[in-house]
Design a protein around this ligand. Structure first.
Ligand code: NAD
Length: 278
């Protein structure tokens, strides 16, 4: 016998189910976090755009507000406990609840294992792992009260494969993936879903800062779909996982990479796979 989930309308693709939920997006001032905030807001979610750069957070919140969204920008360094507490106090004061936590904040310290200083190693783990735990734990009390609580963490392919210069970044993202699975398991009893998104190369200020333009072009060519991802493509995935539509998904690691991880021996773009070196 078929049963169906009655917590959302059958025409969910037309009627947003994220409407009225409150989402805290950490790192929401740029790139993937910005895209997630915009998608959630465009679908009726209330957004708290938190970022270490208040200028960027304010820009995003202003755009959302002008488009009719209910939003607030907050200056927050996720690696500072006082900032986390202040952000949650402001969220509660403004909206009285929290349903969704999205964490995209990151620190990258490009280096090889041989040259990576222990200070850089610890700094990466502090922002990418320790803070993810501190942030999520601090949100628990509010999330437990939500009928539709979800956490989405953003990791990286560097957390599942080796990566040039990814000495501290990669292992920290691997830890974030495992941490997210552990959160999912431990907090399932509270009906808090936790999933982690792994983007492939996505055109954001971060990648443009880290990778030289000619290298970026080559990377795009190695993606089977022949291009970098758009931040909005990852933002849409985050919004889906955060929404009640994904109500039976938790503990999942969702890769969104244009097929990059399925491309063991890249062939030049446009060349038929059958024409490859067989
Ligand atoms: N762009 C890519 O190709 C790519 C690929 C794989 C994974 N990712 C991951 O996606 C996430 C977002 O990256 P992006 O490309 O959108 O980068 P981005 O630099 O465009 O955005 C990151 C945002 O996080 C904010 N931030 C940094 N440190 C912070 C802190 N301590 N507290 C609060 N905010 C902080 C930054 O100010 C910035 O607004 C990161 O976790 C990154 O590792 C990106």
């Amino acid at each position: 016998m078929l049963t169906h989930c009655d917590s959302r309308p059958a025409d969910w693709m037309r009627k947003s189910t994220i409407e009225g939920l409150v989402a805290l997006i950490v790192g929401g001032g740029s790139g993937i976090g910005e895209a997630a905030a915009r998608t959630i807001a465009a679908n009726g979610g209330f957004t708290v755009v938190a970022d270490i750069s208040i200028d960027n957070a304010a820009r995003v919140a202003n755009d959302i507000s002008v488009a009719g969204g209910n939003t607030v920008a907050i200056a927050m360094d996720v690696s500072k406990r006082a900032d986390i507490e202040s952000t949650l106090q402001q969220t509660q004061a403004r909206f009285g609840r929290l349903d969704i936590l999205v964490n995209t904040a990151v620190l990258v310290k490009p280096a090889s294992l041989e040259t990576c200083s222990l200070d850089d190693w610890h700094a990466c783990f502090r922002v990418n792992v320790d803070s993810a735990l501190e942030l999520a734990r601090s949100c628990l009390a509010l999330l437990r009260k939500s009928p539709s609580a979800a956490i989405v963490n953003v990791a990286s392919l560097a957390g599942v494969t080796g990566y040039p210069g990814g000495a501290a970044y990669g292992p920290s993202k691997a830890a974030l993936i495992t941490l997210s699975r552990q959160m999912a398991l431990e907090w399932a009893k509270d009906r808090i879903r936790v999933n982690v998104v792994i983007p492939g190369p996505v055109d954001t200020p971060l990648i443009r800062l880290q990778v030289k333009p000619d290298v970026l072009i080559k990377r795009a060519q190695q993606v089977p779909l022949g291009r970098l991802g758009y931040a909005s493509e990852i933002g849409d995935l985050i919004a889906f996982l955060a929404s009640p539509v994904a109500s039976f998904m938790t503990g999942q690691t969702v890769v969104c990479d244009g097929g990059l991880t399925q491309n063991l021996f890249p062939v030049p773009l446009g060349q038929n796979l059958a024409d490859g070196d067989t």
